[in-house]
Design a protein around this ligand. Structure first.
Ligand SMILES: *Cc1c(COP(=O)(O)O)cnc(C)c1O
Length: 422
């Protein structure tokens, strides 16, 4: 694709975009605002605003306790089944519960128990820090019987694939990685690494937080064991909406939830005094789900299913290729570096640009330029492409504004003290 750097070209690409109409299904409160952070907090689907009103007035206000039998009790499985279609799983292999971090805790504890005798947990230094903290906490809790092996990435962009493969051994209990890594957007080859881990007798747990809804995932084709993921990024589920977990069918009865609460109890309304895990995935529930935010996940997932994940991926790659070409032409000469793989098949749906003045440029972009990206230390400006509502015009304008910030030195008025949420 040869690109032209004019706005008319971006507008032509938008006019030809067969997913463009999905933008109207989201709340766009500020027309001038360019939102490049749907990979951190997805926009609000209009259908979720209607559902929220119904949840309050009808389901809670009017139906009261009866609502548990009118769709609330089964919501974790029902919404999980819809998410399953986005990640190549059977409907009974995905359930919605808790946060991603807590689901990681539950599945890692369960996996280590199944793998007793193996002492190593293998991961990389591109993984989301919360995932590493949870692994460290698990090791403490299990009296330091396990060892965390963190393979370093050579350049902070690409995953250390061969180092991970070389490190797998008969001591490896679990390999756990972010499928799409949060800083660089590097995308692991799930099937290849899962197969290598299985050859060593290890289980594999994939964190799909930055993949689900953006990248086609096929857990079955990869024969993946376990997975977790977030619903408030590309799934547009709303701030802090509960996360999901996946357990392959044949493992479900072998794994036990360490947080054994009544929602995971077999026949919970018998109120027996001894815990007995429910059959299937419900055993991975713990307490009563937060129904308001759980319910609001569903409209966003439905939009993704309606658009189709393969079409979304094709648009995401067209848009990230366009962004990378604009970067090369307009921004590379100004000291911006590309901190995301150039190879489309090794990239998720965001593009990270580095610059030695990254933080101050980011602040100018937000405060003076009506563009919302996010920032990841030390110098990553992350530009999230969410193909349901990101336009080519958004991308074009973002690049030109980044250029103006540097050529006109607009960042110089900002200090380097970062705000709390970047
Ligand atoms: C966003 C994200 C999470 C979020 O974890 P929470 O427990 O929901 O805060 C976890 N892992 C990865 C890789 C993420 O990108």
């Amino acid at each position: 694709m040869t690109i032209s750097t004019d706005l008319a070209y971006a507008d032509r690409l938008d006019a030809q975009d067969d997913l463009g109409h999905f933008r109207d299904r989201f709340m766009i409160a500020e027309d001038e605002l360019i939102y490049m952070d749907g990979n951190s907090l997805g926009r609000l689907p209009m259908a979720a605003t209607e559902l929220a009103t119904d949840m309050i007035h009808q389901q809670w206000g009017t139906r009261l306790i009866r609502s548990w039998n009118e769709g609330w009790f089964t919501a974790p499985e029902r919404i999980g089944a819809k998410i399953a279609h986005l990640i190549g799983a059977h409907e009974d292999e995905v359930i919605v519960a808790e946060s991603t971090s807590i689901n990681l805790f539950k599945l890692v504890m369960a996996a280590l128990r199944l793998q007793s005798g193996r002492a190593h947990i293998l991961t990389d230094d591109l993984n989301f820090p919360s995932d590493l903290y949870i692994l460290q906490g698990v090791i403490e809790l299990l009296d330091k019987q396990h060892q965390l092996e963190i393979m370093p990435s050579a350049d902070g962009v690409y995953g250390p694939v061969s180092a991970l493969q070389a490190r797998l051994s008969e001591q490896t209990a679990l390999l756990t990685l972010s499928h799409t890594v949060f800083k660089s957007g590097y995308l692991y080859d799930m099937a290849a690494l899962t197969a290598a881990a299985h050859d060593a007798g290890s289980l594999v747990l994939w964190d799909l937080s930055h993949s689900v809804g953006a990248v086609p995932v096929d857990l079955h084709a990869a024969n993946a064991d376990l997975a977790i993921g977030c619903t408030y990024k590309y799934l547009n589920g709303g701030p802090g909406a509960p996360a999901f977990l996946y357990v392959r069918r044949d493992l479900q009865e072998k794994l036990l939830n360490p947080l054994s609460g009544w929602m995971g109890q077999r026949d919970l309304f018998d109120f027996k005094l001894d815990y007995q895990p429910a059959p299937g995935l419900r055993r991975f529930l713990t307490g009563t789900p937060p129904m308001m935010s759980l319910a609001l996940i569903e409209p966003g997932v439905e939009l993704l299913l309606e658009a189709g994940i393969d079409k979304l991926r094709a648009k995401s790659l067209r848009q990230s290729n366009y962004l990378i070409q604009l970067w090369q032409r307009e921004l590379e000469p100004l000291g911006f570096t590309l901190k995301t793989p150039r190879e489309a098949q090794q990239r998720g749906s965001h593009v990270s640009l580095g610059h030695q003045e990254g933080l101050r440029i980011d602040l100018a972009l937000i405060n003076d330029m009506q563009v919302l990206p996010d920032f990841r230390a030390p110098d990553n400006i992350r530009l999230g492409i969410t193909p349901l509502y990101t336009t080519y015009r958004d991308i074009y304008q973002t690049v030109l504004r980044l250029k103006a910030i540097v050529t006109e030195r607009l960042y110089e008025k900002y200090s380097t003290d970062a705000p709390i949420v970047t």
